[in-house]
Design a protein around this ligand. Structure first.
Ligand code: GLU
Length: 428
């Protein structure tokens, strides 16, 4: 597909526009990001040389509050990708009714090639470059693909040094000892788990008779696979960027996680030592995993995994998008015509930003919550908004994705209208 990711992302919005009465002003504003920043980050490498990295931060829309979204370190990061992710964050925050707009950031690099010290210099350099673009009431970054609490801690520290004032609320997903929230690291998976648990009975399914394949064994995918298998679901396949494994009887997720932690990579390590002997398994490619005949398919890796090219191979009955944008808009239409239900990213993976919001609230109030309190509030929000979107989908007879966009759009347009629209001014 020659289309940009952003053009494809905007198509979802167009589809939802039919079902909402949105002012022309709002439609026009949502077509463009509020501000996009491209920066060069000079980093002194361990061997003494200087390398310049390209970084981005896009603030898509701040009608509902300061902009919010992660920072991604990946070789494929581009302005188009960051802009699309910022667009999705705008809707994700509106769907969860968080007082935030949407943003995203990224640096184009393979973080595995840098030493820890180089990564620290790069992360601090990124904050030096975007410091005037961010702030607890302006724009609040967080972790995303290949960034973690330690990196968030460096960024928060750097921002505080620049401002000469400790500013924990400028970034979320920090280590707990310096203002991070309990439960934030696993919040994306925990939130997705609550969504799945809430919707499963509606599809007349029970966990023990539900087979699952998870693509992506990072922070979200691995944790969700474990939560599901603990709850009785049969997780038959998992994969990472190197490939995956399949076992009809179900996989022992905690041991795969331990092996991956110790040896990196699922495919290689799974066959070393005792785990191989526990269950018979097959080695799979990522493509094969996506085509498995399972009840639930969970893409939890990157964008554009299910496209026009492989959509007809998909046999799963239900897809829960834990990654952002794993299905293209063209593939979406084909899945719909084949009766395969897709539960969209802007709902399913919103647990991460929801607990980020809780972290920001805790930083600003100075009162820190127990894990039980975080999870109870997260569950309440995820279930409430899932149910509301389910009802819209039923009422309008539209897919869950369109329903989620309708829901988010209504909140966004209400906020835009509250600040004055063309109709308001013409009528006065
Ligand atoms: N990067 C995550 C996402 O895509 C979390 C963003 C945040 O916590 O602000 O939703």
């Amino acid at each position: 597909m020659s289309d940009s990711l952003f053009a494809d992302a905007s198509r979802r919005l167009e589809r939802a526009l039919k079902y909402v009465s949105l002012s022309e002003d709002a439609i026009e504003r949502l077509k463009y990001p509020k501000a996009s920043l491209i920066v060069s980050i000079p980093v002194r490498m361990d061997n003494g040389s200087l390398r310049i990295f390209q970084g981005y931060r896009v603030r898509y829309d701040d009608t509902r509050g300061p902009t919010k979204g992660g920072v991604r370190y990946h070789p494929k990061v581009s302005l188009d990708e960051v802009q699309s992710l910022a667009f999705w964050m705008t809707f994700k925050c509106a769907v969860l009714n968080l007082p935030f707009g949407g943003a995203k950031g990224g640096i184009t690099l393979n973080p595995k090639e840098l030493s820890k010290l180089e990564l620290e210099r790069l992360s601090r350099g990124y904050v030096d470059a975007i410091a005037d673009f961010m702030g607890p009431d302006v724009d609040i970054p967080a972790p995303d693909v290949y960034t973690n609490p330690m990196i968030m801690g460096w960024m928060m520290d750097q921002y505080s040094i620049i401002k000469r004032q400790l500013s924990p609320a400028v970034i979320t997903g920090k280590p707990v000892t310096i203002g991070g929230s309990l439960g934030r690291e696993v919040a994306t998976a925990t939130g997705a788990f609550y969504v799945i648990e809430h919707l499963l009975p509606k599809f007349k399914r029970v966990p023990v008779e539900t087979t699952v394949a998870v693509q992506g064994f990072g922070n979200a995918g691995a944790e969700l696979a474990e939560l599901l298998s603990k709850a009785g679901y049969k997780v038959v396949a998992v994969s990472d960027s190197q490939g995956g494994i399949y076992a009809k009887k179900g996989l022992d997720i905690p041991s795969i996680r331990r092996f991956k932690e110790a040896n990196k990579g699922i495919k290689a390590i799974y066959c070393e030592g005792s785990v191989c002997n526990i269950v018979e398994h097959e080695i799979l490619t990522n493509e094969e995993l996506l085509a498995l005949d399972v009840d639930l398919l969970v893409p939890a890796a990157l964008e554009n995994q299910i496209t026009e090219v492989n959509v007809n191979d998909i046999k799963a009955k239900l897809i829960f998008e834990v990654a952002n944008g794993p299905i293209t808009s063209a593939a979406d239409l084909i899945l719909e015509s084949r009766g395969i239900q897709v539960i969209p990213d802007i709902l399913v993976n919103a647990g991460g930003v929801t607990v980020s919001y809780f972290e920001w609230v805790q930083n600003r109030s100075g009162l820190y919550w127990s894990l039980e309190e975080v999870n109870q509030r997260l569950k309440h929000k995820m279930v409430e908004e899932t149910e509301a979107i389910w009802k819209i989908a039923e009422e309008l007879s539209v897919p869950m994705r369109t329903a989620a966009y309708v829901y988010g759009l209504n909140r966004l347009s209400e906020s835009m209208n509250a600040k004055g629209t063309r109709d308001y001014y013409l009528n006065t």
